[in-house]
Design a protein around this ligand. Structure first.
Ligand SMILES: Cc1ncc(COP(=O)(O)O)c(C=O)c1O
Length: 358
């Protein structure tokens, strides 16, 4: 059944091995982020087989719960990436070994939940270096140290380290100077409290580019990688990571109509089904194919046809329209597409999209 994701586990493994080598060069432990593919069981199984991966992380506790036991059997730890909701503290402690946190009230709840479950839960304290999403603001050092002090006194929490996240909201690029501040803060915490932080987590796929340039500051010893794994992209400057694949996952969709029609709609132009005013180019009569996949399943703008002769015209909730003029496509034929991160995330999330593996 289409639409279908064609998942090439060999190519994803290749990406994993490239990242493992990069992480080793950068003296970093490797945390692979499973959220973009909704913790797909077969992909997770491949990651679990890789000795270089120490942590599997996701922003949704349901995804983590689906692999906690297998991860532990494989000797890996599980990590909740999104700051925990107060309402999920019990589940976080049950299924995640480590969670990223910035609110002392939430950490207190995790301590209580861990006490009830007779466990120790690890905390990575998030520091906001200017991207302005999660984290304690780096300039409020006294507030950060006060929180560290309280965490260190908790009986069922282990203060595992500090981390940051960049290039997510403010699109701030990780550099030696901002990540250097994280490393220096870690040093100050360690000397103030005579403690050792096990993890200084220097960000996501946007930090990867610093490794070959030897600009990842000393002290940063972990990276949390999602897009770099699933698509082979470094996300600071949108470059491909050498020797990785971006066709490890393809979308295959089926043509449900193929007709010659004008490229310009006829009549007064209002707004489309999504409230947007469409713009069209006049190319005369073209061959228009409709594929059975739509905005309910993906972002049409994030798809790239594998056939360079095909052009995406747009989409509606259930339809993707493409220009196949000059190509030999027929009703019932299928077409393959590469995808960007946003398109991929939606395709894995849609229950209408099937998956095959090789
Ligand atoms: C806190 C955090 N760390 C790491 C990641 C992974 O990001 P990327 O896919 O850019 O590697 C994400 C997003 O998925 C995140 O929210």
């Amino acid at each position: 059944m289409y639409p279908q994701l064609l998942i090439d586990l060999g190519k994803l493994n290749k990406n994993l091995n490239v990242l493992a080598a990069l992480a080793k060069t950068g003296d970093c432990s490797l945390m692979i982020v499973t959220k973009s593919f909704c913790a797909d069981r077969r992909i997770v199984a491949e990651i679990l087989k890789n000795d270089a991966v120490e942590y599997l992380a996701d922003s949704r506790i349901q995804n983590i719960a689906s692999y906690t036991d297998q991860a532990h059997i494989a000797g890996k730890e599980t990590v909740l990436l999104r700051l925990p909701m107060a309402s999920e503290a019990e589940e976080v402690v049950r299924f995640a070994d480590l969670s990223l946190n910035s609110e002392i009230e939430t950490i207190r709840l995790l301590d209580q939940a861990a006490a009830k479950q007779n466990k120790t839960h690890k905390i990575l304290l998030m520091v906001d270096l200017g991207d302005l999403r999660e984290g304690m603001f780096y300039q409020n050092e006294e507030a950060i140290l006060a929180v560290c002090d309280e965490i260190l006194k908790m009986r069922h929490i282990r203060f595992f380290g500090i981390g940051t996240n960049l290039t997510c909201y403010g699109a701030i690029i990780p550099k030696e100077d901002n990540l250097g501040q994280l490393a220096r803060l870690a040093e100050r915490i360690q000397s103030r409290f005579s403690t050792t932080l096990a993890m200084i987590s220097g960000g996501n796929s946007s930090s990867v580019y610093l490794i070959p340039k030897k600009q990842l500051p000393a002290g940063i010893n972990n990276l949390r990688l999602g897009e770099a794994f699933i698509l082979g992209n470094e996300t600071a400057y949108s470059q491909r990571i050498p020797e990785t694949c971006n066709d490890g996952i393809l979308l295959r969709a089926q043509i449900i109509e193929s007709k010659d029609k004008p490229s310009l709609p006829i009549g007064e132009v209002g707004v489309d089904a999504f409230g947007e005013v469409p713009h069209y180019e006049d190319k005369g009569i073209i061959t228009r194919a409709i594929l059975a996949v739509g905005k309910q399943d993906t972002n049409p703008d994030g798809l790239t046809p594998m056939d360079p002769g095909v052009e995406i015209l747009g989409g509606s909730s259930d339809h993707l329209l493409v220009n196949t003029t000059g190509s030999a496509y027929h009703l019932g034929d299928t077409m393959d597409f590469r995808m960007d991160y946003g398109a991929l995330l939606k395709l894995f999330t849609s229950p209408y999209v099937t998956r095959t593996y090789r």
